[in-house]
Design a protein around this ligand. Sequence first.
Ligand SMILES: [Ca+2]
Ligand SMILES: [Ca+2]
Ligand SMILES: [Ca+2]
Ligand SMILES: [Ca+2]
Length: 402
Amino acid sequence: MTRPGIRLLLAIGLGLPVVAMAFAYPSLRDGLRGAGGGAGAGTVEAVPFERVVVDDGMAGDVKLVGDIDGDGHKDLVVGGGSAEKLAWYRHPDWSRTTVATPTVEFTTDGSIADVDADGDLDIVVPDGDGPDNLLWFENPRPGGDPADGASWRRWVIGSVGGWGKDVHPADYDGDGRLDIATRSHHALMIFFQTAPGDWERVEFPHGDLGNEGLAHGDVDGDGLVDLVVRGAWIRNPGAAAARDGGAWVRYPIGEADADFKALVADVDGDGRAEVIFASSENTADVDRWTVGDEGPAGPWVKHTVMAGLERGHTLQAGDMDLDGDTDLVVAQMHTAATPRILVLLNADGRAGRWLVQVVGAEGLHNGVVADMDEDGDLDIFGANWTGHPPVRLWINRLDERT
Ligand SMILES: [Ca+2]
Ligand SMILES: [Ca+2]
Ligand SMILES: [Ca+2]
Ligand SMILES: [Ca+2]
């Protein structure tokens, strides 16, 4: 009875109607067949989703998931413009706490990570395009209460040198302190945490970065966290050498849009990482690139998952239908001609055949896949960009099918 309980809590906590998705998108389905590519051959309704409004007055570019209050349950974070601010929503009733007001605007990305290694999750987010615009907000735990918004402390990491577009925390030099990779329109950089609260900005001389997009992951399987930039990956040399941007070697993967979403994931289940590119702002194929015979430093092999996706500002991976393989979630911004939220189901388990499920047509920007209701299946969280509410969850109801 736990699951109906959670469902009821969600509905009551919001004071808002829970809308069941009826999958009534015949025209979109027809359109998808024309869009073709690897994923265009047919559409399915494999996963029942229930759409829930978390906050009908809120939107924002920054959408994050993590356990803010340390109760073992995942909470939500949304950050946007000066009217929206930066807020977190407590699981399971999504009561809101405002943490900070931007100087300009919290955009375009952010991340939840334990920046100061004190055991709680902090929030890293860029604010506008001015100086000192990469910030982190310190979770008041363990001594304080994160539901007391005024008790979150604001700290400056450094200047991105323009709008901060993507935020990827990891310990890139392996010294035990969290570092932050980010980028502007023009430059890629890592802020290395050289001592608690001290940051060294290292810029990377790595060619054509395009305008936005960045991913991190262990591309070559050596245990070090590499970066994926436009159409290429750059290899982390590890340890102290990681703090020398020139010591990172760039290896081409293949073409990618100047405005891209990228993901490092093992979608075909062969134990090796692949790199997936989509266009965040324009129209491009969703391409999955696999390592060729010569390894990740050699030529990569392209596999088109879906042709011609417009404004796919959400790119996530996870086993959405619980059949044991990794699926993809892509979604188009509300400014796309058909602002669909799509689950691309890995039909053969080896990423050789894809089926498309249209989850919704509301648009979604920087959506996140996570099991928000803790019933063992993956849900979708997000909103359109700043100024375009609401904040929503698409709750996976696969658990209720049996
Ligand atoms: Ca912390
Ligand atoms: Ca570090
Ligand atoms: Ca699957
Ligand atoms: Ca779930």
